[in-house]
Design a protein around this ligand. Structure first.
Ligand code: AMP
Length: 325
């Protein structure tokens, strides 16, 4: 057991009020880990006040339910803040986390920044939800799981691991997933929520397959302009999903989506097989995991420069390695 887990449990016991945060533009792991952890704590310590305080929302994950109404600022002063699944302070969805008396970070991203009083970071974990499951496993005799909490946690484990496909998935991941699954999760409904798409999204997917570019050494990329977003009536969240449409192209070991924002920023989503792309993301105001990172650029020229660097990285990888697909 990681020594920080005991510190975190002791801190939770010490406080009457706990406020839970995640990163903005939430994914299944951000929502699953925060809602799962909050529900686990509510079940286990019904006398404590536990709040989820975040400033944005995900339509795609709306089936998991909402969060709490905003608290007045003065409510933060005597609270323990817990941030799950956010590697950096800048990405925390609600910047009022600074008002909390003490702060805990629980995360599985590559640790680029320390921002809390107590930090439990395990980058080898396939999801933050896996860490929440491990936390429950370590303190089972004191904590109370429920089907609701398990559904949130399992959702994050399933989504962040690419349905238990990514290399971070270990025997421990599967043992913990089994522990959580045994709480009686309705997987039919969960997977229907995760897989069903409307017709417009499928049309957008086929558009991406027609229009994506492949660089000389195989980097697949798609630039989603404001015009395309308007044409397909895409939210920023819908538009950014296109990165996953390029994930199974032979020889394209790196694939990148550029999504033009309304504020002049271009969001970059980088994914890869075998090749580490987090260092490239870090050069462009980003970071993340070895094979899944995010970044931000401010012009088409900068997007092109990033793409050229990705192409050079893939060239070097292919020259030095064998057995890739
Ligand atoms: P995304 O493509 O935005 O889903 O990001 C992929 C992974 O990289 C996620 O795990 C993010 O948490 C992480 N990530 C995205 N943007 C950043 C950033 N600016 N700094 C650090 N990590 C990031």
């Amino acid at each position: 057991m990681n020594e920080n887990m005991q510190i975190i449990l002791d801190k939770i016991k010490e406080y009457d009020k706990i406020i839970i945060f995640r990163h903005f533009r939430p994914d299944g792991d951000a929502i699953g880990s925060t809602k799962g952890f909050a529900t686990l704590l509510k079940n286990s310590f019904p006398e404590k006040k536990i709040y989820l305080q975040n400033s944005d929302f995900s339509n795609y994950l709306a089936f998991l339910g909402g969060e709490d109404e905003p608290l007045p600022d003065e409510e933060y002063a005597d609270a323990l803040g817990i941030v799950l699944d956010s590697g950096t302070a800048k990405r925390i969805s609600n910047q009022k986390y600074v008002l909390c008396k003490e702060l805990i970070k629980i995360d599985h991203h590559i640790p680029v920044e320390s921002y809390a009083n107590y930090e439990w970071v395990e980058e080898h974990r396939s999801s933050t939800c896996e860490m929440v499951a491990a936390f429950y496993d370590a303190f089972k005799s004191e904590l109370k799981m429920s089907k609701e909490a398990a559904t949130y946690i399992y959702t994050g484990m399933v989504t962040d691991s690419g349905r238990f496909r990514f290399r971070e998935v270990s025997g421990e991941t599967m043992r913990l997933a089994g522990l959580i699954l045994d709480q009686g999760i309705d997987t039919d409904t969960l997977y229907a929520n995760l897989y069903m798409d409307d017709v417009e999204s499928l049309r957008f997917e086929s558009y991406v397959h027609r229009k994506m570019q492949i660089s000389p050494n195989g980097v697949a990329s798609m630039y989603v302009s404001k015009r395309i977003k308007k044409k397909f009536k895409l939210s920023n969240e819908d538009a950014s999903s296109c990165v996953s449409f390029m994930d199974s192209i032979k020889g394209s070991l790196i694939w990148i989506a550029f999504i033009e924002g309304d504020n002049g920023e271009i969001r970059v989503r980088l994914r890869s097989r075998f090749v580490t792309i987090s260092e490239l993301a870090e050069k462009y105001n980003g970071g993340g995991h070895a094979c899944a990172s995010g970044a931000t650029v401010h012009s088409k020229a900068e997007a092109k420069a990033l793409l050229n660097e990705a192409d050079a990285l893939l060239k070097e990888y292919k020259e030095k390695n064998e057995g890739w697909l």
